[in-house]
Design a protein around this ligand. Sequence first.
Ligand SMILES: [Mg+2]
Length: 262
Amino acid sequence: MQLKMNYYLTQMVKSYQSLTRETAKHIKLIMADVDGTLNTGGDQVSPSVSDAIYQLQKSDIAVGLVSGRTDPMLQSMAMSLKIGGPLIAENGAVARLTPHGNLVDLGYSRQPALKGLEKLKACYPGRIWEREDNQERMIDLVFRADGITPEKIKRCVGDVQVLDSTYILHLMQKGIDKGKTLKRLLGQMDGATIRPDEVLVIGDSMTDLSLFKLFPESVLVPNPNIPETDREILRDAARYISDYEAGEGFSEVALHIIHART
Ligand SMILES: [Mg+2]
């Protein structure tokens, strides 16, 4: 029985190197998470990531960002990396079809997150730390709650979504996720219809699970900070996995796709 279980575990996710030439040729858009995928935090990416993005776009693959970061943070990153694809900020709550395009009206509200945060502060006085960028956040709110388990947080906030990116905790209206928003954007692209199987999504944490579930070509970048139970869920949902972690993991997958297309 044990052997069989192990067999299934190894079948869950394949090396990115098994992504075929045919699949590589079909890809029109790569949507990348930022923290834990393109870098390990901060505003910079390594020269190899920046070069990989340049090479992808030169090979006619658009690159977009799909992150828990704020829209202004993603816009500035897109500008410095010269990215032309969609931007999805705040874990799917805020989006633009292009970095210079208008915000898409997704119809989401900030009220559930605000109410959840009030409840949390009442449940755990003096133990909830809001991050400064909440002022810039339109829908999703971020906080730290050191020493309080995710289960306790979820019980206290009630009908509000709690997400852990391993960098920060997020509170957001239920029903919003990165995958659903990306699907909505694909339906709104004028002139250049892109099917879900023509998109490659790449991410590292539970905030990317909806991308892995809704898009067949998905890559998990290993993140050592993810709890083992979540790692299993992610490995089960993603089609491919990179060898390296954040940054280098993205670059090796990008280069494999570029080479497979030629
Ligand atoms: Mg991440």
